[in-house]
Design a protein around this ligand. Structure first.
Ligand code: FES
Length: 156
């Protein structure tokens, strides 16, 4: 049995094999493997007895359910209108400089992915970003530089 299949079995034991277990199971796979492979989505579809299209549709609807390979640390900068007006372009430029990758890329050592995301619901505190599950708000180029340099030093 592959590692992914073993993980899916573990998640099925934990969450059950009903349709409403789909999101917790997909989330559990992303937590461990950082993204959903085609094989993982097909296996989940088979186990929950739903179509692969439904699994893929759900995964592509939620930006946190990645279907492309991601780094261990996923940095998502809000691209929606309020954060855009509050200077998200400068935030992205700074993040690209510090991480030495472009928006949409993974670092070659698979430590980081730099992405945009839709509104995080923190518009009054924008510009906002998420690093994995943690929110950062009222960003400035210098605060982003500091946050990302700390992350680089952490060696995670
Ligand atoms: S517009 Fe960025 S958090 Fe809402």
């Amino acid at each position: 049995m592959t590692e992914t299949k073993a993980l899916i079995n573990e998640l099925l034991d934990k969450h059950g094999n009903k349709r409403n277990s789909l999101i917790p199971i997909l989330n559990g796979i992303v937590e461990k493997e950082h993204f959903l492979t085609k094989e993982a989505m097909l296996e989940v579809a088979a186990q929950l007895d739903i179509s692969a299209a439904e699994v893929y549709g759900t995964a592509s609807f939620y930006s946190f359910l990645d279907t492309k390979e991601r780094g261990r640390n996923v940095i998502r900068i809000c691209k929606s209108i309020t954060c855009d007006m509050k200077g998200k372009k400068e935030i992205i430029k700074t993040a690209e400089e510090v991480l030495k990758i472009k928006l949409g890329e993974n670092s070659s050592n698979k430590r980081f992915s730099l992405l945009e995301t839709n509104c995080l619901g923190l518009c009054d505190e924008g510009p906002a970003m998420l690093i994995n599950d943690e929110c950062y708000t009222k960003l400035t180029p210098s605060s982003v530089r500091e946050i990302l340099n700390d992350l680089l030093r952490n060696k995670v």
